[in-house]
Ligand binder design. Structure first.
Ligand code: RB5
Length: 144
């Protein structure tokens, strides 16, 4: 799968770990930055990943900031993006099965790095359940 990844300075190290793990698993990674722990503004990277996914360059996106909140807020401003800030396997699973999330947002300051890597790989393999959730996701999309 072609996946856009992005992070701010707080999420940089975890973004690198996740990208390395996903490359090893055979995914094609498009790195939208940032590229160091020098302080940057998370909305730029949320928007870059959002545009890569909404524009069709990538099938999914993965974002990391300190909490996973701000960078996801920025990504959700891009029409077509359903970015979900998750904390564990359960919220990751629901974000795919019920919400058809196309961008995963993780908090490097709230999750153990190893756990976050596992959650990211797990999320990529999960389907959207469709059915009654189609109507609800359609109503989200209609807000764009
Ligand atoms: C940066 O210090 C921090 O505010 C950012 O990484 C993120 O947590 C924002 O939501």
């Amino acid at each position: 799968m072609r996946i856009a990844v992005g992070a701010d300075h707080a999420g940089y190290a975890l973004k690198e770990r996740i990208a390395a793990r996903l490359r090893k698993a055979g995914h094609d990674i498009v790195d939208c930055g940032c590229h160091s722990e020098e302080s940057v503004d998370y909305p730029e990277f949320g928007a870059a990943v959002g545009r890569a996914v909404a524009g069709g360059e990538c099938e999914r996106g993965i974002l990391v900031c300190g909490t996973g909140i701000g960078i996801g807020m920025a990504a959700n401003k891009v029409p077509g993006i359903r970015a979900a800030s998750v904390h564990d396997r359960f919220t990751a699973e629901m974000s795919r099965r019920h919400n058809d999330a196309n961008v995963l947002c993780l908090g490097a300051r709230v999750m153990d790095a190893k756990h976050a890597e596992e959650v990211a790989e797990f999320w990529l393999g999960l389907p959207f359940d469709g059915g009654r959730h189609e109507r609800r996701v359609g109503k989200i999309n209609a807000l764009d």
